[in-house]
Ligand binder design. Structure first.
Ligand SMILES: C[S@@+](CC[C@H](N)C(=O)[O-])C[C@H]1O[C@@H](n2cnc3c(N)ncnc32)[C@H](O)[C@@H]1O
Length: 291
């Protein structure tokens, strides 16, 4: 399917159509990034994670996010807002036997293939918009969003929906790239990297981390903690050029052409690397809060 500009729909709706196309076509490329289909960057801990083994860092990101949910030993209903292929859900189900995991995504490909990977496990992926789900209010103990809320431009609506579906006392943990200053105050190089990153990965926009903190406070979230994880994430970002080169070589050797969406995705990865170098403009944060 090709992405077309459809008249009479707004920018957000057009962006959503592009997200669906992008993930329906490019998700399988992520197998090259991660055996476990982690569609995010990793978390490096010296002497614990091997910086040369990407999946060990990617799974450590799952572990770090889940740790901040304070899951405990009672039954825990967890929702992954923008779950991709369900890698974080599978990690949670493997390490916390009391978890029941739900994931939402816009991509049909991810619903079908992700649910196959969850076969026999206590989890399910549904095709739902995380800005407006069909779940009852106060129904989850835990919510995670890894590199997904950026697609809606770190929208207030996404945080409001997370607040609505969490039970009082429930925890939200977000891991994502955020701006370090207002968009208009980025340096020239930072602006270039930021705009290209958004264009190539279909991110509506990114907000500064302090904007998210203010929105979470406004919604009534408590114990908000903002952690700059940029240096923990950097070793996995440095894998990007090698992963891209390997991916292209594999395609060339198999005489396979590159899909438009794959190329878009690869360029996006390159701009993620470039954005990562603009330490004063962009950073990677883990934000946790309690309802
Ligand atoms: C970069 S992937 C990250 C996937 C997963 N969190 C991970 O770390 O492996 C972004 C995900 O967000 C999902 N997404 C983007 N916008 C969404 C929306 N409005 N509602 C639900 N899912 C959305 C995409 O479908 C995709 O699964």
């Amino acid at each position: 399917m090709t992405t077309q500009t459809i008249p009479f729909i707004n920018h957000s709706e057009q962006n959503q159509i592009e997200i669906v196309d992008f993930y329906n076509e490019a998700t399988e490329d992520y197998k090259f990034w991660s055996n476990d289909y982690n569609m995010h960057f990793g978390y490096f801990i010296p002497f614990k994670t091997n910086p040369f083994k990407r999946d060990s860092m990617l799974n450590e990101m799952n572990a770090q996010v889940l740790k901040r949910l304070n899951i405990g030993s009672k039954k825990n209903r967890l929702i992954d807002l923008g779950c991709g292929m369900g890698a974080t859900m599978r990690h949670a189900l493997k390490h916390y036997k009391n978890v029941i995991a739900y994931g939402v995504t816009l991509s049909n490909f991810q619903v079908k293939q992700g649910n196959e990977l969850l076969n026999g496990k206590n989890g399910i992926i549904l095709k739902e918009n995380y800005n407006d789900t069909s779940f009852q209010s106060n129904s989850f103990n835990s919510a995670v969003a890894i590199e997904s809320l950026c697609h809606s431009g770190h929208n207030y609506k996404s945080l409001r929906e997370a607040y609505r579906i969490l039970k009082p006392g429930g925890r939200l943990v977000i891991a994502d790239a955020f701006l370090k200053r207002d968009r208009n105050d980025l340096c020239k190089g930072g602006t270039y990297a930021y705009h290209n990153l958004c264009n190539h990965w279909n991110l509506e926009k990114l907000e500064p981390y302090y904007y998210i903190k203010a929105q979470l406070e406004d919604l009534g979230f408590k114990t908000i903690k903002i952690e700059d994880a940029s240096f923990k994430v950097a070793p996995s970002v440095l894998h990007v050029p090698f992963a891209i080169t390997g991916f292209i070589l594999k395609k060339v050797l198999r005489l396979k052409g590159l899909k438009k969406e794959s190329l878009h995705n690869l360029k996006g990865s390159f701009y993620a690397l470039l954005s990562g170098l603009h330490l004063k403009s962009l950073g990677y944060y883990i934000i946790s809060a309690t309802k």
